[in-house]
Design a protein around this ligand. Sequence first.
Ligand SMILES: [Cu+2]
Length: 489
Amino acid sequence: MASRPVHGSASRVLEQTLDVRFTDVSVPGHGPVTTRTYNGTIPGPTLRVRAGHTLRLTHVNGLPPNPPHSGGHNTPHRPNSFNLHTHGLHVSPSGHADNVLREFAPRTPEESAAGAAEPRYTSTVHVPCDHPAGTYWYHPHLHGSTAEQVVGGMAGVIVVEGDVDDVPEIRAAADLVVCINELKVGDGHVPAFTSGSWMTGVPSTFTVNGSVNPTLRLRPGEVQRWRLVAATAFAALRLTVTGEAGDMALHQIAQDGITFPTPVARTTVDLAMGNRADVLVRGGAPGRYELRADGLPGPLMTIEVAGAPVRPPMRLPASLPPGRPFLDEQDITDPDADREVVFHADAGVFTGAFPNAFRILGTHATPAADPGGDPTRDPAHGLFDPACTNHTLRLGTVERWTVRTDESLAAFNHPFHLHTDQVLLTHRNGVRLDPPVWHDTLGLAGGTPGDSVTFLVRYEDFTGRTIAHCHQLHHEDLGMMQTVHYVAP
Ligand SMILES: [Cu+2]
């Protein structure tokens, strides 16, 4: 299963098999878990590519046949089918690339009984020659089964290597993936997603690179680069590194794969579900430190600053090769075409195991089944409809979107994720960010209705149908998702 870079051609091909089946995994610090994995590990293998390379993935579906499903398509279903999403990569959403509308189905009951071969599927993802170098990730994204699979540990990291790695101070630093998975395991397995209270019924187990609270060593004066990945479905993480000697500074060099112009020293880094942050850390006073997230009882990771000091201390870079040029409001193609998206959940609307309606409203809402009816009693209104194109996005245009949350409940945290194109966050709650920050996922915590994020986006390079959705993944499975269609100019 080793990665195999193929040399000698103008564009290299990274071939990797991702074998998915139920596996017995020992999670250090937690215990044995039987869950769906990529290649038997949590997280899955880290994929390293460069701009201009091609990822060729073979997906083996060794899961059992899907159980029968009688609910609608906006309730959990197909738990043993999956597909591939390369979260944050600016690649084609069509064909056999980053196409989350595909389904990699398991054997049918008949095929399984007859001993038919396990189905194989192929993804071919061309990483453009000018793709920003940074930290991305992959996970399954089939509507109806995304949450159950991701909380079982199906997630892995994609590293695009490139210019930022050649900054001397960064090249000298150890390059460490810090992949934070949020598992929902009780009695050694992931409970089937059979009710709306599924999420609250099982406490989250957080792992870093597959272990609960692993220990990392750092020498005084040593600089390390941590690729922090929130491979989470439910929890937004406000991260700090604290110790007896105080907080450790996190020198952020990238957000969601896009390198900053200069490092930004922070004591907290916020990662909504799906976000990444690349940070440089430098060992200070010897002692124990902990990577912690607000609200979590235990540390995510322990850092021991120990050993012979590095003298002189390793340096931090003063400037960086920016991952993308900024956009500004003057680039907007049609100021009258602003889009507004509103996350709006209605509790107790439906009978049955999933009573809440997780809607996306706003200027391009899903049409109501009954335009004159009570929207809170209209099952279609604002729920994912694969036949409806909510947003037609013309390549080459620059638009402004504002995404707002209506939620007074803190549990209804709705990070917004647009597939295929990076978005430039310019305002939070109407207040301009200076400088703006590129993202692919924008956190919007619940509990403060009216909170908003405003971003600029240029639709570039790739046509096709894909999605925008809430990255609290059980909301997405329950319908908090829209279809976007990138079309030629
Ligand atoms: Cu949500």
